[in-house]
Design a protein around this ligand. Structure first.
Ligand code: IMP
Length: 422
């Protein structure tokens, strides 16, 4: 494949950053296509940990062009802080002139709107929802507009007038246009060299036969359309959203690898049918370091739920799977895998469209035997203990997807290829 999408099949945090970092070794471009710094990508290279939020996972490789495409929302201040952490490294970055800009009022409105909800979404409070709201309402600002100081000043003045009316209703102090203008002009001085038409850049690369990896943030169940609405993010992490969010024709996207943990995690609120809250959950949380990269929150833990993967395959498209954190399951006597749900006495193998129905589903499990061996040094599928192999084979049979890779630890050399797809 020349173009491949990396998609989360669960509620985010599937280890996509690590899989992307690995696949990026063979890529010429790595493209983030949605979301913003609500995401967290932890990459370990030579024992050094890099926590990335908006920057694509290919950034540690200086040969790769890393693109922040038009479907993203970008907080310039946070992006500069991230770039500062890469000091001393050479990198190649391109930011879409059509990507929307996260403004200070988006952060404040994110917090206040969430505080007014009786049932909280549990957002990352990075201003993602309000920034996408402004985009849809046509009162957003795009990176390219900020390159023109006069245009930016004019539009900012108008927007702030309207935001201040909203602020008044919420009892907040009015925003200071001049202060925001000056701060953003200084951010743009720093970011200006990277801003360009990234649709042209990606299309030219594809035409020239270069390899392009599209890196999804969050996961399918957090998709605004196909996720567990309203407990979702405000963009679509699916492969189906890539063409629109990057300016590339749909038929140029050749495949999508769905990343799944060997179990399930979720941060924030909302239903999670296979959630467990016992000593097994604690064991998995501690062994898998299941605390949010962006917020530090402990993640909710559950057994692997294959209904989610089937849903990701159906709604956004998957051509194969990558299973991460398989090593975390070693030491458990038995492994439960959810293969379907029961809802009102009926067996279903899809996700109900309302959250209230989704909350009521009961998982139907198949129990497999666990494994005790330390698998963190395994280099080939054949070297896995039989029960770990059986676990992988069971996922393949149930989802009718091939498992093309799996990982047994955080380092790049702990990712193992079964089928070379890219
Ligand atoms: P928002 O994206 O900050 O608006 O948050 C909406 C929902 O998506 C919340 O439940 C967040 O916890 C969740 N979320 C957003 N980004 C991520 C991520 O990268 N990993 C896991 N959950 C996320």
């Amino acid at each position: 494949m020349q173009t491949l999408v990396v998609v989360g099949t669960q509620w985010g945090d599937e280890g996509k950053g690590k899989i992307t970092d690995f696949l990026a070794l063979q890529s010429d471009l790595v493209v983030r296509y949605q979301g913003g710094n609500n995401a967290g990508h932890t990459i370990v290279l030579d024992g050094v940990k890099y926590a990335l939020h908006s920057i694509p996972s290919g950034i540690l490789n200086e040969q790769i062009v890393n693109v922040l495409a038009n479907g993203m929302v970008i907080n310039p201040k946070a992006l500069i802080e991230e770039l500062d952490k890469l000091k001393g490294r050479t990198f190649n970055l391109a930011i879409s002139d059509k990507a929307h800009v996260i403004m200070p009022y988006h952060l404040e409105l994110d917090a206040i709107k969430e505080s007014l909800l009786s049932e909280k979404i549990g957002t990352t409070k990075k201003g993602i929802g309000p920034a996408y709201t402004d985009k849809a309402e046509r009162i957003g600002l795009r990176m390219g507009e900020l390159l023109d100081p006069l245009l930016f000043e004019k539009r900012l003045k108008e927007i702030i007038e309207s935001k201040n009316k909203q602020y008044h209703l919420y009892g907040l102090n009015p925003l200071d246009t001049k202060e925001i203008y000056e701060a953003y002009m200084s951010y743009m001085n720093r970011l200006k060299p990277y801003i360009t038409n990234t649709s042209l850049l990606i299309n030219d690369a594809i035409k020239a036969g270069k390899k392009v990896l599209f890196e999804g943030a969050q996961g399918t169940l957090l998709c605004l359309d196909h996720g567990t609405y309203p407990f979702v993010t405000s963009s679509s992490p699916t492969a189906a959203s890539v063409p629109l969010n990057t300016g590339v024709a749909p038929w140029l996207i050749e495949g999508a690898i769905g990343v799944t943990k060997a179990y399930t995690t979720r941060v924030g609120e909302g239903p999670m049918p296979t959630e467990i809250d016992n000593e097994i959950a604690n064991y998995i949380r501690e062994k898998g370091h299941e605390y949010g990269t962006t917020t530090g929150r402990p993640r909710r833990i559950g057994w692997l739920d294959l209904v989610l993967i089937k849903h990701a395959k159906l709604s956004g498209g998957l051509s194969g799977l990558a299973v991460t954190l398989l090593d975390v399951l070693s030491g458990l006597n038995e492994l439960k895998v959810c293969i379907a749900y029961e809802l009102d006495g009926k067996i279903i193998d899809h996700i109900p469209s309302t959250v209230s129905d989704f909350k009521r589903v009961k998982p139907i499990y198949k129990t497999l035997e666990g494994f005790n061996e330390d698998i963190t040094t395994v280099k080939r599928f054949e070297d896995l203990p039989n029960n770990a192999k059986a676990y992988i084979k069971f996922i393949e049979a149930e989802t009718e997807l091939s498992i093309d890779m799996f990982s047994v630890g955080p380092d790049r050399n702990q990712t193992i290829i079964i089928n070379k797809i890219f």
